[in-house]
Design a protein around this ligand. Structure first.
Ligand code: SF4
Length: 306
């Protein structure tokens, strides 16, 4: 039995950056809070919480501000890679909370572009999940004056086809659906602009704001999944990017199994197989995939050196 870990899996650079900022802050300050789970992966959350990171919600701001005042320290709140709406920064400032901003630069850029087009009077359409943390941040920068769509049907029923319009994507959505929505709107709205990460494009130069760390992986992942008899996809169940990448594997290899924890692995998944591939989302820590590989050795004759 050959068992490998996908060399392209593991944290994306935006998540690596956030975790590094969290770890550095934990070394430097007595107490560090993070607004919402730092990452959609319970294993990594636990590892950082064991080092002293405390997960809070915005409702906890007054409490932590009071507690810090009593202790005579300045409360520090880390903003995770998904980013936050401007309201969060305003509230923190009012309460004397210091923000450690670990928003992924790709998300910051998306927020800036949404703000710019909103200020210019465009109808903003976002392909994404309405209540996803990143989308909440993006909605905040345009005062929630935007339309969030998940499907072509959503777009057709909610977008005003007579307005000049700009279409964006949540950074972790799937490209094929984005392209479908773009084409449907492009055919119906005269002034549609699809924003690129490099600059403003015309409708004849359509790109999107899906992160290259997600979309760039899809082709490599398809190949990796088809090169193995079975795929163990390791990710937190709340990971949006995990769901997208799992579907990519499942499409080309029906023996793809989603696990969050090694306790979910069933030995009969591997009967009669020669190779197992382990891969994961951009929020899946490398150390946990190594752990899965070690665990699988119980069911396999040998582990490859990959
Ligand atoms: S997937 Fe892309 S946008 Fe999201 S945190 Fe990673 S680098 Fe940033």
């Amino acid at each position: 039995m050959n068992i490998t870990i996908d060399s392209h899996s593991g944290f994306c650079w935006g998540v690596v950056r956030t975790v590094v900022i969290a770890e550095e802050s934990l070394k430097q300050f007595e107490k560090v809070y993070v607004l919402g789970h730092i990452i959609h992966n319970p294993k990594e959350i636990q590892r950082l919480e064991d080092k002293g990171l405390e997960t809070i919600s915005a409702e906890d701001f007054p409490r932590i501000a009071d507690e810090a005042r009593i202790l005579g320290i300045l409360p520090k709140v880390l903003i995770r890679a998904h980013g936050e709406p401007p309201e969060t920064y305003r509230k923190a400032l009012e309460l004397g909370i210091e923000i450690i901003d670990a928003t992924c630069p790709v998300v910051t850029k998306l927020q800036e572009r949404v703000r710019k087009f909103h200020d210019q009077g465009y109808q903003i359409v976002i392909f994404g999940k309405k209540d996803h943390a990143e989308v909440l941040g993006v909605r905040g920068v345009c005062n929630d004056q935007c339309i969030v769509v998940l499907t072509v049907e959503d777009a057709l029923s909610s977008v005003n086809l007579d307005s000049k319009t700009v279409l964006f994507s949540q950074t972790t959505m799937d490209r094929p659906t984005f392209v479908l929505i773009k084409e449907v709107l492009q055919a119906r709205i005269k002034d549609l602009i699809v924003d690129t990460m490099e600059g403003i494009a015309t409708e004849f130069h359509a790109k999107d704001t899906i992160c290259g760390q997600v979309s760039g992986r899809e082709d490599m992942l398809r190949k990796y999944a088809s090169d193995h008899d079975c795929i163990l996809f390791v990710a937190g169940k709340a990971s949006s990017n995990g769901k997208v990448l799992y579907d990519v594997c499942k499409e080309v290899n029906s023996r793809t199994y989603f696990i969050e924890d090694i306790s979910e692995i069933q030995s009969d998944w591997f009967n009669g197989l020669n190779s197992i591939g382990i891969t994961g989302a951009t929020s899946t820590p490398q150390w946990y995939m190594n752990h899965v590989k070690e665990h699988l050795s119980k069911f396999a004759g040998h582990i490859s050196s990959n």
